[in-house]
Design a protein around this ligand. Structure first.
Ligand code: FAD
Ligand code: NAG
Ligand code: NAG
Ligand code: NAG
Length: 712
């Protein structure tokens, strides 16, 4: 962990520096003193022309008496109701022209003596031709001009504050959960003292349950093809709070000024104001959006949250960013159409790049749906990264003329930083030769020697690159177990699925004894330690290939605390062959008597001779179980008998377990605070969660659920 501190601080300071940098230009907070001169210049300019468009500071020119006189008239009116410092501000703005207060008053006197001309009544008056008499303004016109300018820039201020608030919301939530997470490690007694009816009720309704019913990890299919993974209720509440904030901040505090000399029409005024607001909030959201999806995200280390939860937040921020960008574009269209600027604006590259950016964001939101990720993860990543490059690049070009591109510098540096760390991690691990073996036709066991300083910890995962021509660029996450057989060696257990793992499967099944040496590089270790070992008793519930992480956790507790910590270890497998790939590890449990291993074999009779079908979904699994029937060879029975004899310390149960009930019983029976850790396929993990939530009150002790999810 110490080695991680360096990137934390670097990234933190980098992030801060780049956001502070952003404050130099595009980011600005406006004050009341910024408005009078701008409002007078604007409203006079809309009424008459006193000098050519190439003249700078024309109103400060003593030689242009009608211009200065009219300006002085406006400024004096401004002082009446809007800003008492207007004269001072105007004179300060004329520093370069060396205009004195006396000259100002003289021009005002001259114009008053001459008489202000009512342009509406003046025959042959032409707004666009240079005029040489002072013109008449009304108090109302001047006041509304001030309002038009002030509301325009106050709207910018709102955008900045709201953007900062929406960004800080996440940092606030993350720091709070980081503090709570730290309490689990430093003051576990304090956490365990939160128990009893009131606390349990709160946990039952807010922190523990899935959003609806019990579906959380299990991917629910809506309309057959649309898969969604429901978050937990707490996650939903946190995201919903932010969502509501974002909505309110985009929809409120707009002021409509009549008459508005800048935007004469209500729809083009509001269109512009909505566009200004949403566009600038998006700028603030871009750095955290990218930060949260990085593997080396310092907020992950601070909060102790799993990557999957950051991905969930990333998704919601990106959806909001997309919708705000649409609102920005629609607002600008309203604004431009009414002003007749739409076509000319659209010829500008920065507007076109803004459009490109929105289109890319739209594609990204769509193709990140679960359906596409499940079917072809590599294609998803490829398109996602490509689109992200164009979305961010487009936004950079789009924001540049207004100097808001500093936010993009921050965004890009966060991204680049993550990539640099990733490459550094790969390089420091180096290329090593792994022993790769296909076992039981369903799991690929990968054994890699590791550098001495590269220390894994229970629950961590790493990304493996197999240096094979067909897949060396792919990096897939797998849970690490520090090898039980050799020192300085790590092992991974890869379930054979449809993509890269299937390629390995095909390759290995053709090798002698289904074993090969393959060069690999490993990026990691990632993840955060969890506080399971702070609880006096623990129950581990693993399904299939979810076992490695929990095994590592359980054995490290048993090694450290010995008999004083009773540990129940449940593992559910479909058939006895699965024992093969975890055989050594299970045998090691003999030396750790505080762990009580119980293995459920749900289909004891299949898979012993015929190849095992991999890659089936939960639902197919259920179907298959129904039609499960034994065939008859003796060889199979022999195998089972032999295995069970070798593992006399393991209790075997040959049926499908009901974890809702098992967890309920464990909670009832515990005589100490209890940690329940689960890692299995969706519906099993969801049963455990539901059961914990429902049975909190059955124990007088603190019951804690630690759910490990292998997916995002
Ligand atoms: C933190 C973590 C720990 C994991 N630990 C293990 C483990 O110990 N053992 C194990 O068998 N599996 C583990 N997995 C799952 C494993 O990453 C996927 O099964 C593997 O990437 C599938 O590769 P494939 O190309 O064969 O997948 P495909 O058949 O193409 O896809 C199968 C599923 O895996 C997902 N997937 C594919 N590639 C990736 C990727 N690069 N990153 C994330 N998800 C991906 C797909 O969305 C799909 O849902 C873990 C996943 C995570 C997130
Ligand atoms: C007063 O204004 C008129 C025209 O507006 C100009 O011709 C004249 O020079 C001005 N007088 C002085 C003293 O500047
Ligand atoms: C200017 O002239 C128009 C048209 O004659 C008149 O309606 C208006 O009231 C005048 N404005 C002022 C401020 O006198
Ligand atoms: C005003 O002057 C410009 C040229 O300076 C001319 O093109 C325009 O037609 C004039 N407008 C009116 C109403 O006379």
């Amino acid at each position: 962990m110490v080695s991680l501190n360096i990137p934390i601080y670097t990234l933190l300071s980098l992030f801060l520096v780049s956001t502070v940098d952003a404050s130099k230009d595009g980011y600005q907070i406006y004050h009341a003193d910024d408005f009078p001169v701008q409002a007078c210049t604007g409203v006079i300019g809309k009424t008459a022309t006193f000098f050519g468009s190439d003249v700078k500071n024309g109103f400060c020119d003593v030689k242009n008496q009608p211009a200065l006189g009219t300006m002085a008239e406006c400024i004096e009116m401004m002082m009446k109701y809007k800003n008492k410092d207007s004269r001072k501000l105007f004179l300060a703005s004329c520093k370069k022209s060396k205009l004195t207060q006396d000259e100002y008053f003289a021009a005002l006197q001259n114009a008053t003596d001459f008489g202000f001309v009512n342009t509406t009544a003046e025959k042959g008056f032409n707004k666009t031709e240079i005029y040489d008499k002072p013109i008449l303004l009304t108090q109302m016109k001047v006041d509304r001009a001030y309002d038009a300018v002030a509301t325009r820039w106050y709207n910018y201020n709102y955008a900045q504050w709201f953007g900062i608030a929406l960004m800080c919301y996440w940092f606030g939530v993350l720091f709070i959960s980081g503090a709570i997470n730290l309490c689990y490690f430093l003051f576990p007694g304090f956490i365990k003292s939160f128990k009893g009816k009131l606390v349990n009720t709160f946990r039952l309704y807010f922190t523990l349950p899935a959003l609806f019913g019990k579906t959380h990890v299990h991917h629910k299919a809506i309309f057959k093809h649309v898969f969604v993974m429901f978050p937990t209720r707490l996650e939903s509440i946190i995201v919903f709070g932010w969502f509501a904030m974002a909505l309110i901040m985009c929809c409120t505090n707009y002021v409509h000024v009549v008459p508005n000399y800048i935007w004469p029409d209500r729809s083009n005024e509001l269109g512009r104001k909505v566009a200004d607001r949403t566009g600038q909030i998006v700028m603030w959201l871009m750095p955290p959006l990218v930060l949260f999806t990085g593997r080396n995200n310092f907020m992950q280390w601070i909060s102790g949250w799993p990557y999957a939860r950051f991905v969930y937040i990333h998704k919601w921020i990106s959806r909001i960013v997309f919708f705000m960008s649409i609102a920005h574009a629609v607002g600008m269209t309203y604004n431009g159409k009414k002003l007749g600027k739409y076509e000319s604006r659209f010829l500008e590259p920065y507007v076109r790049w803004g459009t490109v950016s929105i289109a890319c964001m739209g594609i990204m939101c769509f193709q990140s749906l679960m359906y596409f990720r499940r079917n072809n993860y590599e294609l998803f990543i490829l398109i996602h990264v490509l689109m992200a490059v164009f979305a961010i690049g487009g936004l950079w070009i789009h924001a540049r003329p207004q100097h808001f591109h500093y936010f993009m510098i921050a965004t890009v540096s966060v991204w680049v930083f993550d990539r640099v760390i990733r490459i550094a991690r790969l390089a420091s691990f180096g290329l090593r030769t792994a022993q790769v073996q296909l076992i039981a036709n369903e799991t690929v066991k990968v054994t890699v020697p590791r550098p001495a300083w590269w220390v894994p910890f229970p629950g961590c995962h790493a990304f493996i690159h197999f240096m094979r021509p067909t897949c060396f660029w792919q990096s897939h996450p797998f849970t690490i177990v520090d090898s039980v057989a050799e020192t300085r060696t790590i092992t991974f257990y890869l379930k054979v699925k449809g993509g890269m793992t299937h390629g390995l499967y095909q390759y290995l099944s053709k090798q002698p004894s289904q074993t090969a040496s393959i060069k690999v590089s490993v990026e990691g270790p990632y993840g955060n330690p969890v506080a399971i070992n702070r609880f006096e008793s623990s129950v581990f519930i693993a399904g299939g290939n979810g076992v490695p992480g929990l095994y590592y956790e359980a054995t490290s507790i048993a090694k450290r605390f010995g008999e004083s910590r009773p540990i129940k270890f449940y593992w559910v497998i479909r058939h006895y062959r699965s024992l093969d790939w975890f055989y050594q590890e299970l045998q090691k449990l003999q030396d750790l008597p505080s762990i009580k291993p119980i293995v459920y074999v749900t289909q004891p009779h299949i898979g012993l001779t015929e190849p095992i079908e991999t890659n089936i979904t939960d639902d197919e699994l259920e179907q298959e179980e129904e039609q499960e029937k034994k065939s008859d060879t003796y060889e199979k029975e022999d195998y089972i008998v032999k295995r069970r004899k070798q593992m006399s310390h393991v209790e075997f149960r040959e049926y499908r377990p009901d974890f809702y009930k098992i967890v309920a019983d464990e909670i009832k029976e515990t005589v100490t605070p209890l940690a329940i850790a689960s890692c299995a396929h969706g519906s099993m993990v969801d049963d455990v969660r539901k059961s914990v939530a429902d049975h909190l009150n059955d124990s007088q002790y603190r019951i804690e659920l630690f759910e490990q999810i292998q997916g995002w």
